[in-house]
Ligand binder design. Structure first.
Ligand SMILES: [Zn+2]
Length: 87
């Protein structure tokens, strides 16, 4: 019984793990219409990309963020949209 409570407690900690900061490790590079590259932070929890940097909490999911690795973050590019060939 005691063990069951422990498992449940761990599940709850996982579910409400937002208090523990997650490192931002990816920057999504978008090509803007004037062909300049703009980097957007990729939020580790919800994978949303937002232009704002160094905010303490994600605006979407309230995940607490850790920017300590941001300078070494990996640059990622959105997958190209492959349009089906029209026959
Ligand atoms: Zn988020």
């Amino acid at each position: 019984m005691r063990q069951t409570i422990g498992i449940l407690a761990n599940a709850l900690i996982d579910a409400f793990g937002y208090r523990k900061p997650m490192q931002v490790t990816e920057i999504m590079i978008y090509l803007s219409p004037n062909y300049s590259e703009t980097g957007y932070s990729v939020y580790p929890k919800c994978k949303n990309t937002l232009e704002r940097e160094f905010i303490r909490f994600c605006e979407r999911c309230s995940q607490r963020l850790d920017w300590s690795g941001y300078r070494n973050a990996e640059l990622v590019y959105p997958k190209p949209h492959i349009k089906p060939m029209l026959s």
